[in-house]
Design a protein. Structure first.
Lengths: 201, 63
């Protein structure tokens, strides 16, 4: 790690430790590989802090460090995508698709039990740390390839055509995977967090 | 006529690209009469927002 003389005064050890644990969680969610996540975080921190000059405050440091971390994660995903076939359907993914099919009647309308519920004002959940625990658990439950595509789109904020290009899959395949991820997540959140709402009629 | 199952695909894709007029109009008509799909749409919007605010809102850093 950098010596104390190079770190701005707002970056004390407690802040660094917290930041590091936020980064690790973020990297782990996307890479699903503890060692790779650890490496990405370490590289990002060292890279960011060795160039740290005159940050106005902690939030600026955090934004900067996460920008670098995103790049490290993308690098890793690019490497990974050369050796994994993202479009292949795992048994977990097939079973998510089967579960999705059971939500509908023969006429392709929702069955009465499966109709998506009204989540009320769900934004309030974003301020509750308990919600984030459920959210993380739901993301972790996604099958690897499904999660990889979803995280690239929503967390690394790639446009969909870029995701396809990076991972070497077709746009329609990408759409199928994103739909699978979103549906799995909304069902998981509905069960784990919003279950109190009444089914819509 | 659009069915709920197709609507979920359109609503997911609407998060990734601008839908065409020929997709938008039937979708709008469907949403007018289907509370379940309106809820699905709200949930898609919420998911996008949650992912976008993850790094700023999820913290055990500050305390």
């Amino acid at each position: 790690m950098g010596s104390e003389t190079t770190t701005p005064p707002t970056i004390d050890d407690a802040f660094l430790a917290g930041l590091r644990s936020d980064m690790l969680r973020f990297a782990q969610l996307q890479l699903r590989d503890a060692a790779a996540a650890e490496d990405a975080v370490q590289e990002a921190l060292v890279g960011a802090l060795s160039n740290a000059k005159g940050f106005a405050g902690r939030s600026e440091v955090k934004t900067w460090v996460f920008t670098i971390l995103r790049n490290k994660i993308v690098d890793h995903i690019r490497l990974q995508s050369r050796t994994t076939n993202v479009s292949s359907l795992s048994p977990e993914e097939a079973s998510l698709d089967e579960a999705f099919d059971t939500l509908f009647q023969d006429n392709r309308h929702w069955t009465s039990q499966s109709r998506p519920r009204d989540w009320g004002s769900p934004e309030a959940a974003l301020r509750q740390q308990d919600f984030w625990h459920v959210f993380e658990a739901c993301l972790t439950h996604l099958p690897d390839n499904t999660a990889r595509v979803f995280m690239m789109r929503e967390f690394l904020e790639f446009e969909t055509p870029e995701v396809c290009k990076e991972l070497g899959i077709t746009v329609s395949n990408c759409n199928v995977i994103l739909h699978r991820a979103r549906n799995a997540l909304r069902r998981c959140l509905e069960r784990g967090w919003f279950a109190a709402g009444e089914p819509a009629c | 006529m659009l069915r709920c199952k197709e609507v979920t695909h359109l609503l997911s894709e609407a998060q990734d690209r601008e839908l065409s007029i020929t997709e938008k109009l039937p979708l709008r008509m469907h949403l007018l009469i289907c509370q379940g799909c309106r809820n699905f749409k709200q949930q898609m919007t919420f998911l996008r927002g949650a992912c976008r605010s993850y790094t700023s809102e999820r913290k055990d850093t500050e305390k």
